[in-house]
Design a protein around this ligand. Sequence first.
Ligand SMILES: [Zn+2]
Length: 287
Amino acid sequence: MPELPEVEILKRSLKKKIKFCKVAKIKIHNANLRYKVPQLINQNLKNHTVLNVSRISKYLIIDFNFSKKLLIHLGMTGTVHLVKKNNKKYTNASFYHSSSLPKKHNHIEIYFKNNIKMIYNDPRRFGYFKLFEKKYLLNNLIKNLGPDPFSSKFNYNYIKKFIQNKKIKIKILLMNQKFLGGLGNIYANEILYNCKLKPTKSVNLLTKKNIQNLIYQSRNTLKKAIKFGGSSIRDFKKTDGTSGNYQHNFNVYGKNNTNCPRYSCTGSIKKILISKRSSFYCPKCQT
Ligand SMILES: [Zn+2]
């Protein structure tokens, strides 16, 4: 499932390539995504210019020059690809999945007037496109989301207040989108490993230092993934078609029964289920 770093990289790629570009036409091959793609999307966006591309949590937002906003959510398997007219791949904004594009899953194609085509590919079709006429409608959708990990609102006082009188497991806290917007299973596991905190630890036992470290490691872990993902996308341009390999950089996610990668730790990674989600941790150095 695409997580925050993937959406952030997608945002940056799109900003570079389609900001100030005019839409020539939009082709919908399959409107049956999680929500039906608006019929009028072509009519509404044709001949309008992209003013900005931004990200809120895992939502990608494309602003147009007439106050309409297009929201894209990648669901479980959505990927966005930019292709130049001569079929030169600009980017495969997916660094976890194969970059091959089975054509039958190319559901939406946006053609820009500078000969760039943006393809939305989604085998499981859990992603969606929504068009917002007014800003407050978009704000309504995201009002229940917690702060972005990089936002200054994600700070010690905020966390302290949020966890007051709660006795939930820290992994559940991190995955709660009302607490923190955009974090998924992969990075919740990786962040807790980097904090040396076991995923089942109750939040009422967190010290001030634990909380400060949690903020630092949340940003640091995501920043590294964004940086590495960005460079793996640059590699796609060179090699054109090899799959993303960021998963090789995970410390614990998907690594059950392997040695703990922490220097001087002799533990091995264990897999447990927390709220039906796989959780990976080292019982020796995560306490
Ligand atoms: Zn360890």
